[in-house]
Write a protein that binds this ligand. Structure first.
Ligand code: ASP
Length: 377
């Protein structure tokens, strides 16, 4: 909800807001599909683990049509107590948009959501601090019973995720900036290198935001565009995270000896795409969202322990893709809408700044409550 509410000024910026949103959602859905495709291709290299704690009972399989119909809850509370994650996300999006449409009268609700978001982020951070102990306890029996082969398969799942990251960045973004952004991909990646390296080492989109703005502005993106598109991207656009979630869902399913059905894969694409709106641009949040994705298709959440120990290595790659996706969008938007931008009145420029500011505030609040700063060092 906080992610949606932070977009409250988007309609003031019209075509630019629409183009940015469509690009972000389409590339994220595509990224999840790439992750699922690659992981399915390499599935035979993932082990089926035999561990007493890792039993799983398959639920009923549902058709793709039912999956789509089921994303809407029958009532307001059911998704919460049934822990139906996809419905929870859909409900949050609907309520978020309703708050925006109500406007000024709903201001207190918007503020309350912002405060609650910070509280939940803090709680998540506290829980994550304890996670090494939990992961250790969950992994001990797995390693005791399966031996070193689990380490080999972890290396394999990492490799698959990195192939996905590289394929998405080199194929999708290169094609996008070349065809819709009018820029050579080599120039784009060269110009983005400082931000890419910083994202890789910090694993935080929000922390990389100032450097990302600097790089895109040097590539010729007007400040008005970058100051709106990039904070929005750091808040809602997570292509690398989507690839990771696709790959890890298949990996975890394979470890439990489960084959995902096409409708489960469709659910993963929808959940990962919508969940990216609520994923904070700080280290580790993609792993928390993975719990949601697993739950949406009835996979055991405990399975996260299998990949949690090496999450930082996943995170470095996925953050790099996340910020590169945001930057590619800013290049495309400034190229596609260049005529509109050059005739902007000061009112529109002001609206862009306001929209960018409200998203930057959400992003930096989230970063602050999880201990990430915007400092370049
Ligand atoms: N660390 C990522 C980012 O900042 C989010 C994630 O954990 O996937 O973009």
């Amino acid at each position: 909800m906080a992610g949606v509410v932070s977009m409250k000024d988007i309609r003031k910026v019209g075509a630019i807001g629409g183009t940015t949103l469509v690009y972000y959602l389409c590339t994220t859905a595509f990224a999840t599909a790439i992750g699922l495709f690659l992981a399915n291709t390499f599935q035979s290299h993932f082990p089926v683990l035999s561990v007493s704690g890792l039993e799983y009972k398959a639920g009923e399989s549902v058709s793709a049509m039912d999956t789509l119909v089921n994303i809407f809850p029958s009532n307001f509370l059911a998704p919460l107590y049934e822990a139906n994650m996809l419905q929870v996300i859909v409900m949050a999006l609907i309520l978020g948009f309703a708050i925006i449409l109500v406007g000024e009268k709903a201001e207190p609700a918007a503020r309350a959501i912002d405060v609650l978001n910070n509280i939940f982020m803090k709680a998540m951070e506290m829980i994550l601090r304890l996670s090494p102990i939990g992961v250790f306890c969950l992994l001990c029996p797995v390693i005791a019973e399966n031996g070193a082969k689990i380490l080999g398969s972890l290396a394999m799942v990492l490799l698959v995720a990195y192939i996905g990251y590289a394929a998405h960045a080199l194929i999708v973004y290169s094609l996008a900036v070349r065809t819709m952004g009018g820029m050579s991909p080599i120039k784009f990646f060269k110009g983005m290198m400082p931000a890419i390296l910083f994202a890789f080492s910090s694993a935080s989109s929000v922390g990389t935001l100032p450097l990302n703005m600097e790089c895109t502005e040097k590539l010729g993106v007007p400040k008005e565009v970058s100051s709106f598109v990039l904070p929005l991207g750091a808040t809602i656009n997570m292509d690398g995270t989507a690839i990771y979630q696709g790959v890890c869902s298949v990996f975890i399913a394979a470890c439990y000896g489960i084959h995902l059905t096409p409708s489960q894969m469709l659910t993963i694409v929808i959940t990962a795409t919508l969940a990216s709106i609520g994923t904070a641009g700080v280290p580790g949040s993609g792993m928390v969202m993975l719990a949601m994705v697993l739950q949406s298709v009835g996979l055991p959440v405990d399975g996260i322990a299998l990949v949690a120990g090496i999450d930082r290595i996943f995170d470095m790659g996925r953050t790099t893709v996340n910020i590169t996706g945001d930057a590619s969008c800013s290049v495309i938007v400034s190229h596609l809408l260049r005529n509109k931008i050059s005739t902007w009145s000061s009112g529109e420029t002001k609206a862009m700044k306001e929209a960018g500011n409200s998203m930057s505030t959400l992003a930096s609040n989230e970063a602050e409550s999880s201990g990430v700063t915007n400092d370049k060092e």
